[in-house]
Design a protein around this ligand. Sequence first.
Ligand SMILES: [Fe+2]
Length: 208
Amino acid sequence: MASVESLDALFNEELKDVYDAEKQLTKTLPKMAKKASSEELRQAIEEHQQQTEEHVERLERVFDELDLPARAKRCKGIRGIIEEGDEMVGEAESEQTRDALIIAAAQKVEHYEIATYGTLRTWASILGHDNVASILEETLNEEKETDQRLTELAEAFVNESAWAARRGAGARGARRIDQPEPATSAGRSHLRRAQEQPFPVGAASPCC
Ligand SMILES: [Fe+2]
């Protein structure tokens, strides 16, 4: 079992790591926002960009509370997630696909941060740094809220796809819902899910 002394050292190292991760994200998020076609998605990323700048400042407060210099240590984890996201988004052939991939990449970032801040908050409590634990929890909650918002945006995209599937006519490879169901059970369940999706708010019914 790790001693408190070594946990203290681990905690300090992990703080440097997440400090670097947040700094990398302040540079990446504006580029991601520019690539988004959906206004809601762009807005969500821009708002999280502002939060991320606050996360950097909060970490500086944490260093200050702990009487440590605010130093960053290269975070290879977030670097890898950012690089993979860039690659995925760069391969998109349509605006809708690109937006879906931007959401996927952003959610990978959020989950990495949620894991990191969850660990740091727990370690801060164990080490008796209650003020620091509260500061870290504030950021943890914002990361979770952002992840939830991205999930809702992803679901809205699925709804749009369902709407397009109902319209169906003319799209190459698309199938109208009044045509026979696909032979496979996977195809049938996919179609059933698509048919059960509600229409996006404000969308006209395609059948009238
Ligand atoms: Fe953050």
